[in-house]
Design a protein around this ligand. Sequence first.
Ligand code: FES
Length: 111
Amino acid sequence: MTDLRIGPLDDLDDGRGRRIDVDDVRLAVFRVDDEVYAIGDRCSHAEASLAEGEVFDGEVECPRHGAAFDLVTGSPLSLPATKPVPTYPARVIDGDVVVTLIASDESEGEG
Ligand code: FES
């Protein structure tokens, strides 16, 4: 388990994602108001960057083919994606965003 300090919450735009690469793990970190969410950045359909997707109502929409994913559970909410993306515990500590690199789905980073 590794806690990764991403940087100040204030550096993240509300409602936007940021891609963070850590070794072979690609994270997409999102700020929604004062909450933060971290999911695997690779869309489970065809690996587009979910950090570049639009965020609304607790979901991110893949920029390539439009599948939506739940930011909390990583579950696909619409086609063409049918598999979840991993999620990572994320929180704010002393104003900084901290993500724990234990995925809900350990398949992230393989292959
Ligand atoms: S790559 Fe994301 S829906 Fe196709």
